[in-house]
Design a protein around this ligand. Structure first.
Ligand SMILES: NC(=O)c1ccc[n+]([C@@H]2O[C@H](COP(=O)([O-])OP(=O)(O)OC[C@H]3O[C@@H](n4cnc5c(N)ncnc54)[C@H](O)[C@@H]3O)[C@@H](O)[C@H]2O)c1
Length: 270
């Protein structure tokens, strides 16, 4: 078994998953990076390996359960342990209740909810081998702060949060913690592609409108989420378990836009 700690990061080729891979590598972990975009994955893995040479890029379409299992088996064979399983890969679409199809619903629920559940099952023996394993499920504040435009996505993320609670209740006896991390708006390809996606109900002023509801007034960088994920995997977070951590600039518990606040309370908000 490798002496170094091992992180297994899905959706690692770009965005938040790439940042998480960089953070783990900088913290001294060996990093298995899984993504279906083989070319992007190689480039990102090359950049991550400049921080730490123990990088294992695995090109795989995780919507296939067999490929997900094979990815875990490859890491087991190579390194014999997983200290942090990060379920980050996910997809989104803007098919509203009126527009969604059985196929579009299943595609999202399968990748965003079923695959994290089964990756956890496949990885459990390797997480146990690490003696202090942690499963970090990247959910979303959209699970409880909805816009009414992406029912399958929000349901998949709500399910993932509940699944996290169950994972903690079930696996803590084996020394495995489980935590959901719910980002708010993060400046990644997933978010910037949203307005151009087919079937989108949103307009091009999406960014300005969404920033107006964030008390911090801006989207997060992927690194601002990734640093929290890396910290949650560390022994400094050893008592954080079976819960959801929101990394959202304050939007989840805010109910008035910054524009209206400034108009209504000009002395308080400038
Ligand atoms: N960006 C945001 O504003 C935001 C907000 C809340 C939650 N999130 C969540 O954060 C996570 C990462 O989002 P992001 O913004 O970095 O997204 P992104 O689209 O930029 O990156 C997702 C990565 O997952 C990979 N992926 C997608 N389907 C895959 C499959 N079948 N097999 C293997 N890899 C696959 C993609 O190739 C891509 O590299 C997701 O779980 C997302 O739901 C993002």
């Amino acid at each position: 078994m490798l002496e170094q700690k091992v992180a297994f990061v899905t959706g690692a080729a770009r965005g938040i998953g790439a940042s998480i891979s960089h953070q783990f590598a900088a913290a001294g972990y060996a990093v298995a990076m899984i993504d279906k975009m083989a070319e992007n994955l190689q480039k990102t893995a090359q950049a991550v390996s400049e921080k730490n040479p123990s990088v294992y890029p695995i090109a795989a379409d995780l919507s296939d359960l067999g490929s997900a299992k094979a990815a875990v088996e490859k890491v087991g064979k190579k390194w014999g342990r997983i200290d942090a399983l990060v379920n980050n890969a996910a997809i989104h679409d803007f098919r509203t209740i009126r527009k969604m199809t059985s196929e579009s619903w299943d595609r999202i629920m399968h990748l965003n909810l079923k695959i994290p559940a089964f990756l956890a099952q496949y990885a459990t023996p390797l997480l146990e081998a690490s003696k202090a394993g942690v499963i970090i499920n990247i959910a979303s504040i959209d699970a409880h702060f909805c816009k009414g435009v992406a029912p399958a996505y929000v349901a998949s993320k709500g399910g993932l949060i509940s699944l996290t609670f169950d994972m903690a209740a079930s696996l803590s006896g084996a020394g495995i913690r489980a935590v959901a991390v719910s980002p708010g708006a993060v400046d990644s390809a997933l978010r910037s592609n949203l307005t151009s996606e087919k079937g989108s109900d949103l307009t091009n002023d999406f960014r300005a409108a969404s920033e107006d509801y964030i008390p911090l007034g801006r989207w997060a960088s992927p690194d601002e989420v990734a640093k929290v994920v890396c910290w949650l995997a560390s022994s400094d977070a050893s008592y954080i378990n079976g819960t959801e951590i929101e990394v959202d600039g304050g939007i989840s518990h805010n109910n008035l836009s910054n524009t209206l606040k400034k108009r209504m309370y000009p002395d308080e908000f400038r």
